[in-house]
Design a protein around this ligand. Sequence first.
Ligand code: SF4
Ligand code: ZN
Length: 469
Amino acid sequence: MSFSDIPVDVGPVYEGERIRANQMYVELGGPKIEKHFELVKVRDAKQIKDGEVILKGPDLKDMEEGSRYPIGILVEVAGKQLEEDLEAVFERRIHEFCNFINGVMHLNQRYTNWMRISKTAVAKGFNSFKMLGQVLIRLFKAELPIIEQAQVTIITDEKEIEKPYEMAMETYSKRDERALGLHDEDVDMFYGCVLCQSFAPTHVCCITPDRTSLCGSINWFDARAAAKVDPKGPIFEIPPGECLNKLAGEYTGINETMKKRSLGELSRVYLYSGMEYPHTSCGCFEAIDFYIPEVNGHGIIDRSHEGVAINGLPFSAMANQTGGGKQMPGFNGISIQYIISPKYQQYDGGISTVVWMGKSVKERVYDFLPEDIRDKIATQEEVAELSELKQWLIEHDHPIVKTWKEEVEEEEEEEAYAEEAGAMIPIGTQALTIPGAGGMGGFKIILKNCKIHAEAIIIKKLEPKKKKK
Ligand code: SF4
Ligand code: ZN
């Protein structure tokens, strides 16, 4: 495969390249553009023209420096062994292949795709989307040999993108609906994906029927199809092994695979918890589940959220905290599909611990949320200030309120005990819950009216000693 006719370098070495606003020639898609997408479709060989790149809308060279345009990337592929189930997995590779190009930055997927082309690349002569299309065609055919023919259509015109955008949205919904009826206990194989290790080297996705990949683009069916055609590829089987904890979703097979594939960084993963041994997050999660210690509940924010969440942080700041392939109790990158799974963070208390959601994500999942909870979850329209959240939850009889009473009772019991023991009880309380330490079966540290100076704090879980036989 040669890229000698492409005026910039192409290769995996450029993955991870960042193009800042002042370095960009144009921006394509992203949060400021309404309709944009990327999609792969499997076609009959007769329906497409191999090697063809079709452009609908202004080309790169006709765009004004510093401007923003829609972007639609439709990759149509054909091959004897191809099946529809592979579309989503192929589609995820658009991200990787675009990032191979020096001077092209690609983020996210589906209808949240976001690209920038650098001024340097355009100055070197990379000034046409036809080149981008050619690179994609060559990489798709070289990296995925079961693709025998490929055609790429790139759309940059606001009007032209409308119909294909609708078609893309329908395809995504169809894929998501199919995954809805299947649950983890119905299958005997899970799948892993390490495609994002080029950005987050210790990140491993575990894809199960209930836990669609956090990028939202690969569900269990898609992963199964990918592992079948390329078992040694980035998507592979994970035999679940023994279930160690049903509520948490802890399996011996997942733990072993995580350890191996994360180069020893991870040893335990609870599929259904954002608080204890949470699934790692790379950077392309559709949404973030975050703990709100002030109300002992959880919030969810998605990429399209404008402004800050209830904790005062915008998506971008929380994304930095969440991503990177580390286990981050209290911040968990998730797919939107997972929110509507009955297993959603069930170890932490499930959907009934969600007290706040960004409006955009709530609208998307509203019909699938349990009826008795959905109107008790605030959005920025009802509550924008954290100081008002508690009262709103009380007024709306949110189930989380009960957990506060239990906590107060526990605290009172502890105080009574301390008094009996002759300890000094401070006047007034300042409670600080350490996120990540909570959750069912976890623990909480409350610091009251105290000043602490410490160079380090080490918290160790004491394992009960094994009984001697
Ligand atoms: Fe694969 Fe996970 Fe990355 Fe999606 S987020 S491409 S499933 S590693
Ligand atoms: Zn990722």
